[in-house]
Design a binder for this molecule. Sequence first.
Ligand SMILES: [Mg+2]
Length: 324
Amino acid sequence: MEVPHTSPVAEGPPWTTCSIPEGIYNRSMAGQLSTSSSKRISKFIVFTDLDATLLDHHTYSWQPAAPAIEGLRERGYPLILCSSKTLAEMMDLAAELATAAPLVAENGAFIAIPQAHTLAPCLPDAKAYEDYLIEFTGASRDHILATAHALRNEHAYRFEGFADWTIAELSHHTGLDHEAATRAATRLATEPIVWNDTQARWEQFEAQLDQHDIHSVRGGRFIHLMGNTDKARGLESLVSLYRKHVSEFAWTSVALGDSPNDLGMLSVANIAVVIPNPNRSEILTPTSEHIIRAPHPGPQGWNAVISDLIRSSSNLDVGNSNDG
Ligand SMILES: [Mg+2]
């Protein structure tokens, strides 16, 4: 079914200048189809960063991307939210978007599959959390806290983290209201800390963490301790589950992101979509075979590129099954 062009983006370049290489969908699928003995139906699986990618940087609205999101839903192309946010922070958005697809949370530190999803029985050792099954791609938060706190006790390092604070203290440190601070505190695989010690002692602490497969990612306000994993690992875990257990379809992965912590995820996707961010100076250059640069920031650019990709696939038999 042809998707009507109902994009709310009134201005900007026409569709044909979205920089989507001609026939990208067919080319990226060709290798997978040729490995199959019978011709399988082709589907996209879309992984998206949230802030300044699917969500507007200022208003946090995803509404400008609604036509493309609906297009994905109509074709049964899964939309996977992939963020540094906690699962508790992402669940409301997933409900709002009416997506029953898996999620990638806390910067790729775990994948979360709804318990009612087709893939749920494929994770027999996963841990249940609310309506999801959780599988860590690296260390759990229990391991991170046990390690970091043991080193703090032993060496008298001066640092504080989310685990040390009450919700009121967390609100003070983050500026979040009580409810939002509660969701931010509900962490399963990462620990944000504030380092109050010297640089030399930080380097010593960092090297000690490394021996326990824990590394750090510097954010704006906090240093995030996490396992040796990232959004790319989250994408790869889910794509391999879909390819193995939902093998009646040939899956092409698409990733969208705007910042350096999306680069790994963009690089391992079949199609990387770089969303421009006017607040960042660096130019992201993923190593993916196909790179598309969106014509607008945020959800407007998201809508333009995904709508065009859906259009490019509409001449293929894509079926009606909803894997949401
Ligand atoms: Mg972002």
